[in-house]
Design a protein around this ligand. Structure first.
Ligand code: NAP
Length: 247
């Protein structure tokens, strides 16, 4: 309930929770007892359906619309969570877009929008959340990177740069706040069955994956769930691939 602070329930924010991977993460966190703020940008209908599914399965949460590209809106959203719940324990920076093309055709706006969403979005959302976690001496931050950020991917100079940047930011922030019992890790999925990979030559791609199949959003959520647990307290600054052996 708004205004009621229950310290024993962990509070989580999942950005991009109206998408395939975000939905699975939000669901996993909520069904394991956390109160989850489900962020979305444009797709209220989908976000609402996901929240309904969570609640009908016994979980708890609420919707929180904001654009991670906006520093003002992101900070307003974090302040709202803190004013309602007094804290934020878990932050999953999952919101992301791709806008693929060869670099020679890429316009500044194709570069900028991907960097603004995937990398600056991390900064906009995380800064105030960390400020809240520090005095409480607890926090779990998980950044959803990508195999493209580890290897580079042709046609994805903008996306690969944003996801590699997220890995650098993860490692640096992990070192800054490790002593306060706040872990910061990156999860780097390969090809996961969501709307984001629609339109890609999936038959050809699957042949290059040692596991011989695409990944499922729930498989990404499972590792995020573990990284949020007490048992994962000594894992920080890491990049955990979930890619069927492609890297
Ligand atoms: P998706 O189904 O397309 O979902 C993307 C999510 O990001 C949606 O909820 C979308 O919200 C949200 N979003 C986009 N721009 C936003 C903004 N400016 N502010 C707030 N939210 C925003 O994609 P997905 O596959 O689940 O991807 C989730 C994350 O995993 C992304 O960071 C992606 O780069 C990463 N990833 C995916 C794969 C894959 O194979 N699928 C592989 C590696 C990494 P609205 O729809 O409400 O606008």
């Amino acid at each position: 309930m708004p205004g009621i602070k229950n310290d024993s329930v962990q509070i989580a924010l999942v950005t991009g929770a109206s998408g395939g991977i975000g939905k699975a993460i939000a669901k996993a966190l909520a069904l394991s007892g956390r109160f989850v703020y489900l962020n979305f940008n444009s797709n209220r209908k989908k976000a609402n359906a996901i929240l309904k599914e969570i609640i009908s399965n016994g979980g708890n949460g609420t919707l929180l619309q904001f654009d991670v590209k906006s520093k003002e809106d992101s900070e307003k959203a974090i302040k709202k969570i803190i004013s309602e719940k007094g804290k934020i324990d878990i932050l999953v920076n999952n919101a992301g877009i791709r806008d693929d093309m060869l670099m020679i055709w890429m316009k500044k706006e194709n570069w900028q929008s991907v960097l603004d969403t995937n990398l600056t979005g991390f900064f906009n959302v995380t800064r105030l959340a960390v400020k809240n976690m520090l005095p409480k001496r607890f926090g779990r931050i998980i950044n959803i990177s990508s195999t493209s950020g580890q290897t580079g991917q042709a046609g994805q100079v903008n996306y690969s740069a944003s996801k590699a940047g997220l890995i650098g930011a993860t490692k640096a922030l992990a070192r800054e706040i490790a002593k306060r019992n706040i872990t910061v890790n990156a999860v780097a999925p390969g090809f996961i069955e969501t709307e984001m990979i629609e339109g890609l030559p999936l038959k050809e791609i699957t042949k290059t994956i040692p596991a011989g199949r695409l990944g499922k959003p729930e498989e990404v959520a499972a590792i995020v769930l573990f990284l949020c647990s007490k048992d994962a307290g000594y894992i920080t600054g890491q990049v955990i691939g979930i890619n069927g052996g492609i890297l």
